[in-house]
Ligand binder design. Sequence first.
Ligand SMILES: C[S@@+](CC[C@H](N)C(=O)[O-])C[C@H]1O[C@@H](n2cnc3c(N)ncnc32)[C@H](O)[C@@H]1O
Length: 247
Amino acid sequence: MTPVGSIRVGDQEHVASQYAATEPLRGRMSVWGPGPQGLDPTKVLLDALIERSPRRILEIGCGTGAFAKRVVDAIPNVNYLATDASAAMVAAASALGLNAEIRTAQATGQAAGSIDAVIAAWMLYHVPSLDAALGEIRRVLRPEGALFAVTNGELHLATLFADAGVDPPLSSFTSETGQAILHRHFGLVARTDIRTTATFQDHSSAAAYLGTIDPSWAAALPAFEGVRQDYGYTTVFIATEPHPTGR
Ligand SMILES: C[S@@+](CC[C@H](N)C(=O)[O-])C[C@H]1O[C@@H](n2cnc3c(N)ncnc32)[C@H](O)[C@@H]1O
């Protein structure tokens, strides 16, 4: 049963308010570092992209454009289109002055079979009609193209949520469910599971992080002294090949 008051990361009103400005996302991104394996999910993603040397890339939900910048710097002459539903994110990504096209968009809307790689990093859980979106992604990809999707697991920040006494946000696309969902549209789905670490320098930074998810959560975390670390669980999926039944 869904706990009363749970946050759904796909709730569109919540999504719009979370990303109406860039600062909350920038603040959240700043606490993350590699876990014991020494792996950073965005580095794993970047290396996998470079290995495939795509010529035309579509990134959906590009946020501040930080990852787009790394790709454009790493793959010379790449044709890069980055989109985001939030006007503030599109403005921030555009301000980076990248050699890329950056647009406000919810759907991909590209010609069939025109894209070598689609990147959807920490965003598919926000999409209201996931199967429709994945069908559209499969349509715009070339048959040998790949979707690179990143998401978090159900234990992501579990210790922080437990200490704050809040239910972890409910997500439709997680490390645990993502592979089966992607297999509804793709023939092959590879995965890399990565432990990450969130470092909060003090109580106010941990409380502020919680407050970016729900303002009422900022007051929920009991006081603590010094630095605090919590575990993150993230998966990089690489989905390739059309589904054998042509769905
Ligand atoms: C957690 S942030 C991730 C941003 C970026 N991919 C990153 O890794 O830093 C999610 C982003 O997805 C965007 N977003 C949410 N729903 C979307 C949708 N349906 N279509 C396009 N972008 C969306 C948000 O505006 C936000 O910038």
